[in-house]
Design a protein around this ligand. Structure first.
Ligand code: 13P
Length: 255
């Protein structure tokens, strides 16, 4: 279960938040082996989160919301995978729809970022998803996400670990959650593409997250779907009780 904080929280707010989240999960006896908990703070909070996680020996993990496709040099404002790895980050988001749309990142850039993450020992979380316009223009709404997957994973080294996140753009921050059936339909197509790209075994072992208006009251139905292995949560990951409840979805009725 992953919380993408986007451009929210100073490093001081991040410390208070992670501390309270860890207490809440400890009180609830959360089993991190069963459900991994990851947060994606802004870059400016990563060092503080690292210090807290190391000092208090917290089991939650963290990552960057983006990384540069370059290693170092004249790229003002960018952050290298090397810097993230040096801060103990485990993951890096790649190709979030806000990066693709606002920052014009295309599939080639995303592919280079996947490679850069792997080069520096990070697990890339490749985000894919269609816009409303793209969904409405076709009877096969998985076409765009599958094409983004194939492009992003081109020339993936043998044995490289990756995570996929299916985030329909029309469901992000809109309160419009995809129905569990809609999410499963696309995630099943993504899994089938993974089988073709990586083979049966690696495809089965690759986690596919769903993202888009995930909340405590809809996470259980989403997680019941066979090809959805976790959630990438935006807004609700900024509220401790909501995020803790999402993390503990197994305790919800019927799971
Ligand atoms: P919301 O949960 O706020 O819809 O955001 C989803 C998202 O973009 C996570 O990366």
């Amino acid at each position: 279960m992953a919380g993408n904080w986007k451009m929210n929280m100073t490093h001081l707010q991040a410390i208070a938040f992670v501390q309270k989240l860890a207490w809440t999960l400890k009180d609830a006896d959360h089993d991190y082996e069963q459900v991994e908990v990851a947060v994606f703070p802004p870059f400016t909070a990563l060092r503080s989160v690292q210090t807290l996680v190391d000092t208090d020996k917290l089991k939650l993990v963290y990552g960057g919301q983006d990384l540069s496709q370059h290693d170092s040099g004249a790229y003002t404002g960018d952050i290298s995978g090397e810097f993230l790895a040096a801060l103990g980050a485990k993951y890096a988001l790649v190709g979030h729809s806000e990066r693709r749309t606002i920052h014009g990142e295309d599939d080639a850039v995303c592919q280079a970022k996947v490679q850069a993450a792997l080069k520096h020992g990070l697990v890339p979380v490749l985000c894919v998803g269609e816009t409303l316009e793209q969904r409405e223009a076709t009877d096969t709404p998985w076409d765009v996400p599958v094409a983004q997957l194939r492009a992003g994973l081109a020339e993936l080294p043998n044995g490289a670990e990756i995570v996929l996140a299916y985030e329909p753009v029309w469901a992000i921050g809109t309160g419009k959650v995809a129905t569990a059936e809609q999410a499963q339909e696309v995630c099943a197509a993504l899994r089938a593409a993974l089988v073709e790209e990586l083979g049966e075994e690696r495809a089965a072992a690759t986690r596919i997250l769903y993202g888009g208006s995930v909340k405590p009251d809809n996470v259980a139905s989403i997680m019941r779907e066979p090809d959805i292995d976790g959630a990438l949560v935006g807004g609700a990951s900024l509220k401790i009780d909501d995020f803790a409840s999402i993390v503990r979805y197994r305790n919800h009725v019927g799971i």
